[in-house]
Design a protein around this ligand. Sequence first.
Ligand code: ZN
Ligand code: ZN
Ligand code: ZN
Length: 78
Amino acid sequence: MCKLEVFGDYYRGCEHFIRTYYSGEKIDCNSQTCGISSAHIHKAPNCRCNKVPQDDRRVVNMFRTPCDECRSFDRLPR
Ligand SMILES: [Zn+2]
Ligand SMILES: [Zn+2]
Ligand SMILES: [Zn+2]
């Protein structure tokens, strides 16, 4: 399955990876049965091959805390 390189921050507090941006770099798996690979053989747009790339995560910053979203969720009254 092909991957798209994505940079972001990893929060160990909640184990969330928050994407910052996609570099545009694609790691092609060269599989004939991968819908987004350049080696894909099918012509029909509705073939059953996977067409969703996976994230190839590049951690830029590592935090021990939970991410912003999880922190604000914690602050909500219950
Ligand atoms: Zn692929
Ligand atoms: Zn296909
Ligand atoms: Zn989080």
